[in-house]
Design a protein around this ligand. Structure first.
Ligand SMILES: Cc1ncc(COP(=O)(O)O)c(C=O)c1O
Length: 406
């Protein structure tokens, strides 16, 4: 494990990745590139998998237990409360299976929330609940007013509040502690999707007291697609899992006695694991990613990302793009919004006559940036910029320059 060197400043970690020199990758919110250490851990695990006589019964359990403990530290929780899940959708589905909604109850969600955290609740809709969508307000103090509207939307008829730590399209941060308090006041379930922020933003299940927090670890955590974790609170303790795998029952370690069928589940929240957590490639890569991120240090990553993007944010604002203040958004994920009627018009005019691909104006901007080897995403009505430890001030200078040429 790399030493957790939280004190001191983080310097650019580009050398740890396989990024072509001329490529500006500002798109970790789409998919994080793999640090070499994570890729190599995957390759080594694949080599062992090719020779299964190298894999023993312990390999189905011991790496998972180490990873469970490390995931717990990311959220200030304990390992017994962690389940290893293949996707955010899986982790959310396990929660949905434990909730019984009544007709007329509401489910509070954010406007344009990521779909896994909407579809998961369809069983509750079938029971008679309905979504109460809290959309982003326009104008000044957007984050503060969005947070306030969220708290106001939670009432005695709220069965569930399901949201993201930072909005996946533009990084708007939400006050999870305040929402948790309000949800507890009315007895609602409270579920957080931290897929975009885990490992970078502080998460503290003791302070926030959610019922569940899920994170798929292939974005901010820089691991492979297909494994993440869920932290589950006391309301999930006796819950029935959605997968009935042999691996999740008590005593599964004893391969000779697997047909002594067991009613009891494995202890803690292990019952909500997916059996894919025993895939040596996925678990090996997640363990390496946890080591890597812990070596970088969440606070140091935040400081680094703020520092390398500050001049860009100032520059892009002077060109009329809107960017939320640092205190209102995640440092690893933020949106650039062209104000209606002004710069969006300018972008349109500048694009007229160019051989621009089909799609929305912003989609055209994204494609034109990609032609300059600059990778960002378009989500909703914003260009989403999502830096990580391999980015440099020069990457942002190139984005600023490219936006200036549009
Ligand atoms: C906020 C958020 N949650 C979850 C996911 C991925 O969902 P799942 O793990 O269900 O595939 C994404 C992917 O973009 C996301 O942005």
């Amino acid at each position: 494990m790399q030493a957790n060197s939280e004190p001191g400043q983080l310097t650019c970690r580009r050398a740890d990745f396989d990024l072509p020199e001329d490529l500006v990758y500002l798109n970790s919110a789409y998919m994080g590139p793999l640090p070499r250490a994570v890729r190599d851990a995957g390759a080594a695990a694949l080599a062992r998998r090719a020779q299964p006589w190298q894999l023993g019964a312990a390999d189905f359990f011991e790496p998972a237990e180490r990873v469970r403990a490390q995931c717990a530290t990311l959220v200030n929780g304990d390992a017994e409360s962690i389940a290893l899940v293949p996707t955010a959708a899986w982790g959310l589905g396990c929660v949905a299976a434990q909730i019984q909604a009544r007709a007329g109850q509401n489910i509070v969600v954010l406007g344009e929330q990521f779909p896994s955290n909407i579809y998961a609740w369809q069983p509750l809709i079938a029971q008679g609940a309905h979504f109460r969508v809290v959309s982003a307000p326009n104008g000044e103090q957007r984050a503060a007013r969005w947070n306030a509207a969220l708290l106001e939307a939670i009432d005695a008829d709220t069965v569930l509040v399901a949201m993201e730590q930072a909005h996946w399209t533009d990084g708007t941060l939400f006050d999870l502690t305040a929402v948790g308090r309000r949800a507890r006041e009315v007895g609602a379930w409270f579920v957080i999707d931290a897929t975009q922020t885990v490992g970078v933003m502080p998460l503290d299940v003791h302070a926030v007291q959610p019922d569940a927090l899920v994170a798929h670890c292939y974005k901010s955590m820089l691991s492979n697609y297909g494994l993440g974790f869920a932290w589950y609170g006391p309301r999930m303790q006796q819950g029935r899992p959605t997968e009935q795998s042999w691996l999740l029952r008590q005593g599964a370690q004893d391969f000779a006695r697997l047909v002594d069928y067991q009613d009891a589940y494995a202890p803690g929240m292990r019952r909500f694991d997916s059996s894919t957590r025993a895939n040596p490639v996925l678990i090996g890569m997640l363990e390496a990613a946890l080591d890597y991120m812990s070596g970088c240090g969440a606070a140091r990553i935040r400081t680094y990302l703020s520092a390398i993007s500050r001049a860009f944010v100032e520059g892009v604002r002077t060109r009329g793009w809107r960017v939320a203040d640092e205190s209102e958004r995640a440092p690893n994920l933020f949106g650039l919004q062209a104000p209606k009627g002004t710069d969006l018009e300018r972008v349109r005019t500048l694009l007229a006559g160019l051989q621009a691909p089909k799609g929305t104006d912003l989609e055209r901007v994204r494609t034109l940036l990609a032609q300059r080897r600059i990778h960002v995403s378009v989500r909703g009505s914003v260009i989403r910029v999502s830096p990580h430890v391999y980015n440099t001030p020069n990457d942002f200078a190139r984005l600023l320059d490219a936006l200036g040429h549009l």
